[in-house]
Each structure stands twice: as C-alpha cells, then as structure tokens.
Design a protein around this ligand. Structure first.
Ligand code: HEC
Ligand code: HEC
Length: 260
C-alpha cells in the first residue's frame, strides 16, 4: 500500500497543476508530467535533524532508505506463464479483441498492479475481475504487471466519423468548461506515464474507454464511500469525466483507439 500512497502523492501534484483541485498550480498547467520515477522527497518523511554527534556513539541507521524500483521483484517470464488464464479475455499478449475487455499490452506496470489490488480488495467493483484477482498473491501481481508492460499493443483503427473531434478534446480539452487536455497526463501518443502509474490509452478498445468514463462520472468504477478519497489518482478522473459530454466521450474514445 505504501507505494500506492507515493503514486497518489504525484497524482495530487499533477492534479493541482491541472487545476483539478482548486489548489494553486504547482507548475505550468498543461506541461506533461515527466517520466521520472516518483520523487522520494514528495512523500517520504524526512529524518529529523541529527542530534549533535556524541563522542563515539554510532549514528542510528537512516530511517528512510531510498525506495526500491517498483516491481523490481516482478519477472516477465513468470508473468507470461501466469497470464495464460488472463489471455482468454485480454487476448494474446494483452491485445484483447473483444471491445468490452481492455487491452493490457504496453500498459503501465504501476497502474496494472494498482488496479489488480483494487479489484482484489473490491474497491474497483467488478464482478468479472474480483474473483480472478482474489486468487492472486502479491508476487503474481508484480509478475503480471511487468509482463503486460513489456508487451506491444497492436493497432486498432479509429472510427473515421469521430476521431478528429476526439483529437481536439485529447490535445486541447475545453478551457471554458475546465476540461483539461488528456495529453497532459496520458501523453502525446497515449503511452501514459508509466512510472507515475497514469494509464496508457493508445490502442485501447473505444467501447471499454466509454464505459470507464461513464463509470468514473457515475461513481460506479470504485465502490464504497471512501474509495475516491482513498485514491487521489481516481479522484482526478471522477472530476474530469463528469465534465465530458456523451459525444466527447465517444469522440475521444475513438481517437485513442487509433493511437499508436
Ligand atoms: C472472463 C474475462 C476476464 C478474465 C479471464 C480476466 N479479465 Fe481482466 N478484465 C476483464 C474485464 C471485463 C475488465 C474490465 C472491467 C471494467 O469494466 O471495469 C477487466 C479489467 C482488467 C484490468 C484493468 C484494466 C484497465 O485498463 O484498467 C486489469 C489490470 C486486468 N483486467 C487484469 C487481468 C489479469 C492479470 C487477469 C488474469 C489473472 C485477468 N484480468 C483475467 C475480464 C477478464
Ligand atoms: C491530471 C491527469 C489526467 C488528465 C488531465 C486526464 N487523465 Fe485520464 N487518468 C488519469 C489517471 C491518474 C488515471 C487512473 C485513475 C485510476 O486510478 O482509476 C486515469 C484513467 C483514465 C481512464 C481509464 C483507463 C483504463 O485503462 O481503465 C480513461 C479512459 C481516461 N483516464 C481518459 C481520459 C481522458 C479522455 C482525458 C481527457 C478528457 C483524461 N483522461 C485526462 C489522469 C489524467
């Protein structure tokens, strides 16, 4: 859970930058978050100032060792084996062919692991994924997460009627209605921000994308009164999705489905 809180810390900074929290912007709004690993300083409590060195007494060990890389214990090869059961729905190498089942190929490992934990705890309330996630141990989650991040999404096509309007939403948002540009967090080619756990959207099934935007807006994606407050990452999308019209959801979903 500690890791999730760290990611959440980053998310709040970006949300503030994007003007989603009403807090003063911490950086130029619209500038994409960097791909740097989560800054340890943002949430790691600093050790108290060292007391004046007392003669020969050895210094106590520093309480905050630098955090290890996320999923350094995940193994792609083990994930490939464990993903056999997932392939029935998520497709070979995570390239689902069913429009209602999300693609996982190239998805951020941090995001996949977070979502699997949320399914497992029932906070992301989905009758299909909950029983599957309930069987996963932490090691399984890490292996599956690094496996899917290592896969290549294969292209889907955007619906020619909608993608241009969708591109405008994706790249520019709508300042007048405080709809932020999706590109700020999901990136210019929809790769997301892997390290921060902002999901990739490129080549995602548009039907799935529309369902998620509606689920964020209605509150159906996360169950329980505490869920949004407990996950500031999700909180940002609740706010954004509520500001989108059904047409904008359709258009932007079509656009991301065609992104490579
Ligand atoms: C019976 C079909 C099925 C199987 C098998 C299945 N999933 Fe899923 N999975 C789904 C559906 C449907 C969703 C979308 C749920 C929703 O609409 O919120 C989903 C969502 C997900 C998500 C969230 C994706 C996102 O972009 O937020 C992850 C991660 C995931 N599944 C991983 C797995 C893993 C790992 C396995 C194997 C252990 C697995 N799934 C097996 C149907 C399945
Ligand atoms: C301030 C950063 C930010 C902006 C701007 C943003 N998103 Fe997101 N988005 C996120 C984060 C973080 C998540 C993961 C939330 C969670 O944990 O549920 C997410 C999740 C999503 C998902 C669910 C992905 C999945 O695989 O289930 C969709 C779809 C999505 N965003 C679409 C959009 C669209 C469309 C826009 C522009 C109108 C947008 N986002 C703007 C940060 C952002």
């Amino acid at each position: 859970m500690r890791r999730i809180w760290k990611l959440a810390g980053i998310a709040s900074v970006v949300a503030a930058a994007a003007g989603l929290t009403g807090a003063p912007a911490a950086q130029q709004s619209g500038s994409p978050p960097s791909n740097a690993p989560p800054a340890a300083t943002a949430t790691t409590p600093q050790p108290p100032p060292a007391p004046p060195a007392a003669s020969a007494a050895p210094a106590p060990p520093a309480p905050s060792a630098p955090p290890s890389l996320p999923f350094s214990d995940g193994k792609v090869a083990d994930g490939a084996t464990k993903a056999a059961v997932c392939a029935a729905c998520h497709g070979p190498n995570g390239n689902s062919v069913n429009p209602e089942w999300p693609r996982l190929a190239g998805q951020s490992a941090a995001y996949v692991a977070e979502q699997l934990r949320l399914f497992r705890s029932g906070v992301r309330d989905n009758p299909t994924m909950k029983p599957l996630a309930a069987t996963l141990k932490d090691q399984d989650i890490d292996d599956l997460a690094v496996y899917y991040e290592a896969q290549t999404p294969t292209g889907l096509e955007a619906d020619p009627s909608y993608w241009q309007a969708g591109e405008a939403v994706y790249l520019s948002g709508d300042r007048a209605r405080e709809v932020p540009a999706c590109v700020a967090c999901h990136g210019p080619v929809g790769r997301g921000n892997l390290a921060a756990g902002y999901p990739a959207l490129r080549a995602q099934q548009s039907v799935y994308v529309v369902k998620q935007l509606n689920d964020y807006a209605s509150g159906a994606r996360y169950a329980g009164a505490n869920a949004p407050a407990g996950d500031p990452n999700a909180m940002m999308m609740l706010t954004i999705a509520k500001r989108l019209t059904p047409e904008e959801m359709r258009d932007v979903a079509s656009y991301v489905q065609g992104m490579r």
